[in-house]
Design a protein around this ligand. Structure first.
Ligand SMILES: O=C(O)CNC(=O)[C@H](CS)NC(=O)CCC(=O)C(=O)O
Length: 278
């Protein structure tokens, strides 16, 4: 068993205030006896893109995250933070994992960039200020293997199958999911990713509206490998603490072997199109 905490935040554009809230949440996670804390996307800063909010790994903000991980002896999965990308106008949206000594143990750069075109509203277009990543990343961490992703990645099941094939038993989906899509899509997609890969899914989320007017859905969730919701938050800040049992992943995968029954060799070819005449 590995105890993990999933943190729900309502981050703002005030980095110092966010860091103070993050610190409190991490202290709660450590007091609860967790080995891991999962933080949502945009934990450190949530607001309009500006190159001043791109964080260097050896800078003060990520340095503070590293110190906290070391002080609390807590592995910290920092959901999504802007790190230096191709140029100052295009950062990477990175998930960084700090181990309990404060070292960065894994880096994943968000592969799928969010775009939403609602009629009558300016498009949400993450690619305007973000460079997409091009590699999947899973982290072996004691008895768990954690597959990394960020927010909009949730809509792409192939990514999670790739992570499960690499041995992931826990899928991490830190989010700043929109309140527009969330009610219909968030829980359904998270539970589907758990069920189709027979993995735990941990999904820390943002709440509230950021200074750009983006309203987040909240409802952080932990799902077990059978698709059951084992913990859920509402629309308030929260620290959800659960025990994750990798033996349950193995047990369910012996009952139901659907991941092994996948036929990527078949899906590699376009469908044959038949015509119904008359
Ligand atoms: O801009 C930042 O600070 C960090 N990036 C985000 O918050 C991104 C782009 S706005 N949010 C999502 O991917 C939401 C996806 C979503 O809501 C859906 O798939 O329906």
């Amino acid at each position: 068993m590995t105890r993990v905490s999933v943190v729900q935040l309502g981050s703002s554009a005030d980095r110092n205030a966010n860091l103070a809230t993050i610190e409190k949440s991490l202290r709660t996670a450590a007091e609860n006896g967790s080995a891991f804390a999962f933080l949502p996307e945009a934990s450190i800063y949530r607001g309009p893109y500006d190159p001043v909010h791109v964080e260097a790994e050896d800078g003060p903000v990520l340095g503070r995250m590293s110190e906290l991980a070391r002080e609390l002896e807590l592995n910290v999965v920092l959901g999504g933070v802007w790190t230096p990308g191709v140029d100052p106008e295009h950062a990477d949206n990175s998930c960084l994992v700090f181990d309990r000594t404060g070292q960065i143990a894994a880096r994943y750069r968000k592969v799928h960039l969010f775009r939403l075109d609602r009629s009558g509203e300016p498009a949400d277009d993450e690619a305007a200020f973000t460079r997409p990543g091009d590699r999947t990343v899973a982290l072996r961490a004691g008895e768990l293997t954690i597959g990394l992703s960020v927010c909009y990645d949730l809509r792409f099941p192939e990514l999670y199958r790739n992570l499960a094939d690499a041995g992931a038993t826990v899928l991490s989906v830190p989010a700043n999911f929109s309140a527009y899509t969330g009610p219909a899509h968030w829980e359904v997609l998270l539970r589907a990713r758990a069920i189709e890969n027979l993995c735990y899914v941990v999904a820390p989320a943002q709440i509230g509206t950021d200074p750009t007017g983006f309203a987040a859905y909240g409802h952080s969730l932990v799902v077990d490998p059978w698709g059951n919701v084992v913990a859920r938050a509402g629309d308030e800040p929260a620290v959800l603490t659960v025990d994750v049992d990798p033996a349950l992943v193995q047990a369910r995968r012996l009952e139901l072997r659907s991941p092994q029954h996948a036929r990527p060799d078949v899906y590699a070819h376009p469908a044959r199109i038949e015509e119904l005449d008359g």
